[in-house]
Structure formats: structure tokens, C-alpha cells
Design a protein around this ligand. Structure first.
Ligand code: UGC
Ligand code: NI
Length: 171
């Protein structure tokens, strides 16, 4: 069994894999007669040739720690954003590409209010909510051509929360 520790998600650590969508610092624009801050254009969306953007809702079962991650996947034709519709944290697993196969995975736990956008082709674990309801808006490619590649690990990883995320342990 290979243990993998999930660290707190930061834009810096996630930068090789995608964007972290969060309200941070000063808004780019103040709109709606001063009532609203707009944090503008936060993600590199990419839907490839022959695809278009779609917004879907995912209602997913939740997982318990330690989370078993047996596979990662990637979407060679488009980016994919997970935008939680609750304040709950969720687990994000990514891996670098090494000659067409995933390298050593990284695990992160989001903070409340954080969403993520995987760059096109980023190896990632599937949507993994930690608290119910596992309700997410997902922005990804809608198209008629294949857009999924899976890699199953020889042995699953067992993901546990890092010290700084112990608070996300199930009650
Ligand atoms: N299959 C699907 O729509 N979702 C996956 O791509 C995922 O990453 O959860
Ligand atoms: Ni995916």
C-alpha cells in the first residue's frame, strides 16, 4: 500500500496542473454599482478543435479517509473545472505526465470556496467530494470525439489528510 498525504491546496503548488479559482486579494473590477467584486477570468479554458464549452452538474457520493485512488485520467482534448456548489472541501489528485504515463501523484484538499480547473491533458483523479452533498458544477468539453484516457496504478494509493488538513477528517 502506498500512502499519499493530501496537502492544503495552493495556487502555487497546483500551477503545473491547473488553476485554483478563489476569491483572493483585491477584485479585478468593482461592479453592480459597487456592490460586487469581480475576480476576472481566472482559468485557462480550452475545448480543442470540434469541441465546445459545457456546464454540467455532478451529484457525487462522498468518500471517507483514507481515500483509495486506483487510477487517474486525463482529457487530451479539453480542460475540466470542478466548481463546488457548497462550502465543503474536496480532494484533488493530480500527476505530472512522464512520456505518456502519470508520474508520482500529488494530493490536495481544497479550502472552502476554492474551485479548480485542470489544464487540458492533466492527469487527475475523478471528482472526489469529502462531505455531502457532493454537488459540483463542472465546466468541460462537449464534443463527439473521444476525450478520455485512463491509467490504472499497479497498486492503489491510500490518501490521508496532512497535518494541516486533519480538520477535514470525518466527524
Ligand atoms: N467523466 C466525467 O465526466 N468526469 C471525470 O472526467 C472526472 O474527472 O470526474
Ligand atoms: Ni476528468
Amino acid at each position: 500500500m502506498t500512502r499519499l498525504i493530501a496537502d492544503a491546496l495552493t495556487a502555487e503548488a497546483f500551477a503545473p496542473f491547473g488553476d485554483v479559482l478563489e476569491v483572493r486579494g483585491t477584485p479585478d473590477k468593482i461592479i453592480n454599482r459597487g456592490r460586487c467584486g469581480r475576480f476576472h477570468d481566472l482559468a485557462a479554458l480550452d475545448f480543442g478543435a470540434g469541441g465546445r464549452a459545457g456546464i454540467s452538474l455532478f451529484e457525487s457520493a462522498i468518500v471517507e479517509w483514507p481515500v483509495e485512488v486506483a487510477m487517474v485520467e486525463r482529457h487530451p482534448e479539453g480542460s475540466q473545472a470542478f466548481l463546488p456548489m457548497t462550502e465543503h472541501p474536496f480532494l484533488v489528485v493530480v500527476a505530472p505526465d512522464e512520456n505518456g504515463r502519470p508520474g508520482s501523484p500529488r494530493a490536495f484538499v481544497t479550502a472552502p470556496g476554492q474551485g479548480i480547473n485542470f489544464y487540458r491533458g492533466t492527469w487527475h483523479g475523478v471528482l472526489t467530494p469529502l462531505h455531502a452533498p457532493g454537488l459540483f458544477a463542472v465546466v468541460d468539453r462537449i464534443g463527439d470525439t473521444p476525450n478520455l484516457e485512463e491509467h490504472w496504478f499497479d497498486a492503489p494509493y491510500h490518501v490521508e489528510p496532512g497535518e494541516d488538513r486533519a480538520g477535514t477528517m470525518q466527524a
